[in-house]
Design a protein around this ligand. Structure first.
Ligand code: NAI
Length: 386
């Protein structure tokens, strides 16, 4: 069982991964090229742990134990005796490839090498290495200590035995693990795209404003946050890049087409909470518009976004990106959807989303509404996903 873990990159994700591994009694080495990033990572972790002690959620001994388990360093050579290295540096293929090649030259043959990339091809990163059988994606969600889901992404060359080993390590850390194919956005970042994209399209079609669309998804769908408040929370730059990566990676599948509205927001620096303004205004004196609570309109909005989400989930299953169970677990655990989308579709009856998609396609003449072949097949067979 792996005990010596190295994490490369002491930013948001690397620091979170190090915290979780160290909390589970692993010896952790965290490497970053910038000493000030290492200092800030260490200071942030101390403050997080202090807050947990103040709230009575952790005792002092445990915090000392966690801190003692982590070695912050700018020396890559210190990863030499690792059992598992997780890379969480800047999202750039060439830089990651260079790092993997360096990691391969430092660690032993038995060490597993993983990337936390969210939008690059794992096989593309691994291609820089001689031995690709020990390389896989381990995709955590932010904030790592709070988000239970982890997507594990083997490439066609990854040794199945090592995938099992990694899953058991992550489960030992209390994570819920799903397996995804090495395809753009893996499960969550692909299947969730219509939550944002269709909400933006509804706005662009002049059907409703941001507040009303958010209200509809919470009121009728039971989602914890509406698409626009969530995009403001994630950041329009990050959310736009995630959409663009899936769109480019799927040879411009019209279902994932980025929105001109979001592009404009990004270009204007209206990024959301972090810039003080996005779809909503976060300044102290701000008065944001109230939703127009019309039940018929609200249900129409919710149904339109839900059928697009169901279609994306069906298409992920059709492309064997993951099992139906893992697709549903990923969406309920990774983005807190109230129900798994495939189960939800079964409960509604598959002919309903299919006929809504057909209606939308004939109304707008837009290929974004083309139904997944699997949804069509299931309806024609009068069957269900489960
Ligand atoms: P970040 O910018 O907070 O941290 C990246 C860190 O890597 C920086 O501190 C930088 O100094 C360091 N770094 C860059 N090149 C390096 C090198 N060659 N050697 C050592 N350190 C180096 O980025 P963040 O948000 O933590 O993302 C890291 C990775 O995780 C990216 O691949 C990102 O796509 C992925 N990811 C991010 C999520 C998020 O919500 N932020 C969620 C899931 C995955």
């Amino acid at each position: 069982m792996s005990n010596k873990i190295s994490v490369i990159g002491a930013g948001t994700m690397g620091s979170g991964i190090a915290q979780v591994a160290a909390s589970n009694s692993c010896q952790v080495t965290i490497v970053d090229s910038f000493p000030q990033v290492l200092e800030s990572s260490q200071a942030k972790l101390k403050s997080i742990l202090n807050r947990l002690v103040e709230k009575g959620k952790m005792n002092e001994d445990k915090t000392q134990h966690i801190l003692a388990n982590i070695n912050w360093t700018s020396e890559m050579e210190e990863i030499v005796d690792s059992d598992l290295v997780i890379e969480a540096i800047v999202e750039n293929l060439e830089i990651k490839q260079k790092l993997f090649s360096q990691m391969e030259s430092l660690v032993s043959e038995d060490c597993i090498l993983a990337t936390n990339t969210s939008s690059l091809s794992v096989a593309g990163i691994a291609s820089a290495c001689n031995n690709q059988t020990r390389i896989m994606g381990i995709h955590f969600f932010n904030p790592v200590p709070l988000m239970k889901l982890v997507e594990v992404i083997p490439t066609e060359k990854t040794d199945e035995r090592l995938v099992k080993e990694v899953k058991s390590i992550l489960e030992g850390w209390g994570k819920t693990v799903v397996t995804a194919k090495d395809t753009p956005g893996f499960i969550v970042n692909r299947v969730a795209r219509p939550f944002y994209g269709e909400a933006l399209k509804i706005y662009e079609d002049g059907i409703a404003d941001f507040a009303t669309i958010d209200w509809a998804m919470k009121e009728f769908g039971g989602f914890r946050m509406g698409p626009f408040e969530l995009m403001d929370y994630i950041g329009n730059d990050i959310n736009y890049s995630a959409t663009k990566a899936v769109y480019d990676g799927t040879n411009h599948d019209p279902r994932y087409k980025p929105s001109p509205t979001q592009r404009k927001m990004m270009d204007e620096g209206l990024l959301g909470r972090k810039s003080g303004k996005g779809y909503f205004d976060y300044s102290e004196s701000a008065v944001n518009p109230e939703p127009k609570k019309n039940e018929e309109l609200g249900r129409e909005i919710f149904n339109r976004i839900l059928v697009m989400l169901i279609n994306a989930a069906a298409d992920a299953l059709n492309g064997s990106i993951a099992t139906r169970e893992d697709i549903d677990i990923a969406m309920t655990t990774g983005v807190n959807y109230p129900k798994g989308l495939l189960k939800w579709a079964d409960d509604i009856g598959l002919n309903i989303p299919l006929s809504q998609l057909k209606e939308l396609q004939s109304q707008y003449g837009d290929d974004r509404y083309i139904a997944s072949p699997l949804l069509i097949k299931k309806v024609s067979e009068n069957s269900t996903f489960y």
